[in-house]
Ligand binder design. Structure first.
Ligand SMILES: Cc1cc2nc3c(=O)[nH]c(=O)nc-3n(C[C@H](O)[C@H](O)[C@H](O)COP(=O)(O)OP(=O)(O)OC[C@H]3O[C@@H](n4cnc5c(N)ncnc54)[C@H](O)[C@@H]3O)c2cc1C
Length: 487
């Protein structure tokens, strides 16, 4: 189990990262006691800010020797408590490992340190006509390391794929301090796909210290249409009809009235005032985009869109996306506190699931606003509440978790892109049977037999989840001989 930090250990850690790289003052540690999910807070023992793979290695060697848990942290924008410290853990902030190491345009790749901000990757290759496709709404602040750990998505992942499809090679410091390379800079690598295993592992398999990312040529033409509807059902039907017609837009997003209003107050995107706004972006050769846009407009009109507005120039498109990407933060204009949920459902279930969610919210006396990556069925219900009203936070947390049960019952998933973290670990057994979870645990233990890397995340534990820690099948014993017990 973890030891508390002794003066000798503090001095050893300072020897690795230098005076500037170690934070132990209680008031400064407060910044690191939670991520974007502020309902959960645990102060870390100390925060380390390494600047190189070697320094990360030095820290993890000490953690391994002293059995100290550690939690990697990028920009702390995670919404599932992934970067929440564990009891008696160190936080390793990768914020100072923020250099772009190499740009290789002929091979369409870029190598970066994990603390590089997502939007800075596109900024670095944009002059050469390229972009980095995964575009979480938090892209101006979140880090590539955090994106890798969460397999981050974004509006344009409908066409271009999630983070996992854009990772070529990773340098990872394993929990015992060994440095490993997963994947390769070439397109096909023999052996197990360890890069695929690492992406989405939420900091539980080690710390990524370098990543080579695939970049994509900018399309010749981009057009975005805003279609205004009187009901979410008509907007959702349009999404299904567009996909059924054989088109693959770059992005398809829906915002409900409350989200539209919040975005409007916050960044003034000048959206139509409606019950449901559908944003569809098409990209590609100009002739093709023009033709496809005609079909998209026809489909929207057939589903009773009463306004279809085209944003063709860069300034107009920028404003459209600025409004959509501001939607989570703008929820702060509607309520002092909120929880952003992240379920996935089959696209076609959107209207029925939303009816269910609205009924559940009304019963709890809470408001829920919705924005969706509608093309891939990824819902983001935002549960609004006021922490100062006794019991309201607990009801909001409970409602947000019950929303996930509804998603799973509809044939979906408990997370599309924000990860499981601390928030949803007790919901894993809605989706996975014991053998599924055990298999994942075995993978985790192969990397981290001492359970030091971001412990108490992802997996349901009896301590945190009680009966809900069990999966759908009858439990059977886990082989733990020679390796540390995880729970
Ligand atoms: C306003 C807002 C909008 C958002 N929109 C989206 C969205 O559209 N799509 C989306 O996918 N997410 C979205 N998010 C969630 C969040 O931004 C993403 O999960 C993002 O990938 C987290 O990056 P980060 O650098 O902040 O990581 P953090 O929050 O610091 O950490 C996230 C996880 O990554 C681990 N980690 C961080 N760095 C490393 C590393 N180098 N090696 C190993 N593990 C590491 C941490 O331990 C933690 O488990 C949004 C968040 C906010 C606040």
């Amino acid at each position: 189990m973890a030891s508390l930090l002794t003066l000798a250990l503090i001095s050893e850690l300072r020897g690795i990262v230098g005076e500037r790289g170690l934070i132990t003052a209680a008031n400064q540690l407060q910044t690191y006691e939670c991520d974007g999910l502020t309902a959960f807070r645990i102060p870390p023992l100390a925060v380390l800010l390494p600047e190189s793979t070697k320094q990360v290695q030095g820290i993890l060697r000490i953690c391994d020797r002293e059995r100290i848990p550690f939690v990697g942290r990028g920009a702390g924008t995670g919404l599932s408590g992934g970067a929440l410290p564990s009891e008696n853990s160190l936080v390793i902030s990768l914020a100072r490992m923020n250099r772009i190491l190499n740009i290789d345009i002929p091979n369409q790749q870029i190598t970066v340190q994990p603390g590089v901000i997502n939007a800075n990757v596109t900024a670095a290759v944009s002059p050469q006509g390229y972009f980095y496709a995964p575009d979480p709404s938090s892209q101006t602040v979140c880090s590539i390391g955090g994106n890798i750990a969460e397999n981050a998505g974004g509006a344009h992942c409908l066409k271009y794929g999630f983070t996992v499809t854009h990772i070529l090679e990773l340098t990872v410091v394993l929990p015992n301090g060994d440095i490993a390379t997963f994947g390769s800079k070439t397109l096909d690598t023999p052996g197990y796909d360890l890069s695929g295993v690492f992406v989405g592992s939420e900091g539980t398999l080690g710390i990524a210290t370098e990543a080579t990312l695939r970049i994509v040529r900018k399309p010749e033409t981009i057009q975005v249409i805003l279609a205004a509807f009187d009901t979410i059902s008509s907007a959702a039907q349009s999404v299904s009809d567009v996909i059924a017609s054989g088109l693959l837009p770059a992005a398809m997003e829906i915002m409900d009235r409350l989200s539209i209003e919040a975005a409007e107050i916050s960044v003034h995107p000048n959206y139509p005032s409606c019950e449901a706004l559908l944003l569809i972006e098409l990209d590609g050769p100009e002739v093709e985009v023009n033709l496809q846009m005609t079909s998209v407009i026809e489909i929207c009109k057939k589903n009773a869109a009463w306004e279809t507005r085209l944003a063709v120039d860069e300034k107009a498109r920028f404003l459209v996306w600025k409004g959509r990407k501001a939607a989570f933060a703008a929820a702060g204009r509607l309520s002092p506190n909120y929880i952003v949920q992240d379920g996935v459902i089959p696209r076609t279930s959107l209207p029925t699931v939303l009816q269910q969610l609205n009924a559940m919210a009304a019963k709890e006396g809470l408001r829920v606003t919705n924005v969706f990556h509608a093309g891939d069925g990824n819902l983001h219900p935002i549960v609004l509440y006021d922490r100062d009203n006794p019991g309201e936070e607990e009801r909001a947390i409970d409602l947000s978790l019950r929303i996930l049960e509804v998603c799973v019952q509809a044939g979906g998933s408990i997370t599309g892109e924000h990860g499981v973290g601390r928030e949803k670990q007790c919901s894993m057994s809605y989706m996975f049977a014991d053998p599924d979870l055990e298999t994942m645990q075995r993978v985790r233990r192969a990397f981290d037999p001492l359970n030091l890397a971001n412990p108490e995340k992802i997996f349901p534990t009896p301590r945190l989840c009680g009966e809900r820690s069990r999966g759908a099948y009858a439990p059977h014993p886990i082989e733990t001989s020679g390796i540390a017990e995880v729970f």
